[in-house]
Design a protein. Structure first.
Length: 218
C-alpha cells in the first residue's frame, strides 16, 4: 500500500488501522512430559530416534522427516530448512549421538516406515502423533511443541536469542523471544532474586515503628 501511494495509485492506506490476529501458541513440552515420552519409547526405537532429532536439533517436522545420514558430518548435522532456506550446522548433543548409534542405517534417510521407505510429510506426522498418544501424553503435546521445548532448554541454559536462533533457524529474534518467553521470565526472575539476596542490607533499611523510616532514639 505504501508503494501504491508513492506511485500515485491510491491517496490513502485502508490497511492502516487493521489489527493483527491473535497468534496461536503451541504448548511447550515440560520436563515431566519429556520424561514420560522417554519412559514409553526406549533408545533404539524409531519413535525415540525421531523424538531425539526434534528435541536436540530444534527443527520442524518437514526438516526432520527428510534428514539423511549424509547430513551428518563429524560431530554435527547439516540442515537446509524447507520453510526458510536457512543453512544450519548443528553440533550433535551427546543424547542425540547415542540415539543415532542405536538406530540402524537401512536407508539414505534416517527415519523410515515399517517397509523401510521414506515417510511422506503427512505419514511422518501421523506416526509421531500415534507415538505421542501411545505415551499417554495429553492432547496439548503436539510435535511442534518439541521444537519449542528445545528453544526453552537453550534459554534456560542461559543462551542468548542469537545463539538460540543459530540452532532453531528462526529468521527474527522476535520469534525466538516468543518461543522462550516463559523460560526467560523464570531465569531473569531467579537472577533478580539471587542478586537481592546477595545484597547487603543497608542500615535503617527496615521501617521503624513510627513509620518514619528511622530508628527512634531513646
Amino acid at each position: 500500500m505504501k508503494f501504491a501511494i508513492d506511485a500515485g495509485w491510491r491517496s490513502d492506506d485502508p490497511t492502516l488501522r487493521i489489527k493483527t490476529f491473535p497468534e496461536h501458541e503451541f504448548h511447550t513440552w515440560t520436563e515431566d512430559e519429556i520424561a514420560q515420552y522417554e519412559d514409553r519409547w526406549p533408545i533404539g526405537s524409531r519413535e525415540r530416534t525421531a523424538y531425539a532429532l526434534h528435541l536436540y536439533t530444534g527443527q520442524r517436522r518437514a526438516d526432520v522427516a527428510r534428514m539423511a545420514w549424509t547430513d551428518v558430518a563429524g560431530n554435527a548435522i547439516n540442515v537446509v530448512q524447507a520453510k526458510t532456506g536457512a543453512r544450519l550446522t548443528i553440533p550433535l548433543h551427546p543424547n542425540l549421538s547415542a540415539a543415532l548409534r542405536a538406530w540402524p542405517r537401512n536407508n539414505v534417510v534416517m527415519l523410515t516406515t515399517a517397509f523401510n521407505k521414506p515417510f511422506t510429510y503427512a505419514g511422518y506426522g501421523n506416526m509421531m502423533a500415534d507415538a505421542i498418544a501411545a505415551a499417554g501424553l495429553p492432547d496439548r503435546c503436539v510435535l511442534h511443541g518439541l521444537r519449542k521445548a528445545a528453544a526453552r532448554r537453550l534459554a534456560e541454559a542461559g543462551c542468548t536469542e542469537k545463539e538460540i536462533a543459530a540452532v532453531t533457524g528462526h529468521t527474527t529474534l522476535k520469534e525466538v523471544a516468543r518461543y522462550t518467553r516463559a523460560a526467560d521470565q523464570k531465569r531473569l526472575a531467579a537472577g533478580a532474586v539471587a542478586k537481592l539476596v546477595e545484597q547487603k542490607p543497608h542500615e535503617n533499611s527496615q521501617p521503624s515503628k513510627s513509620g518514619l523510616g528511622k530508628t527512634e532514639k531513646r
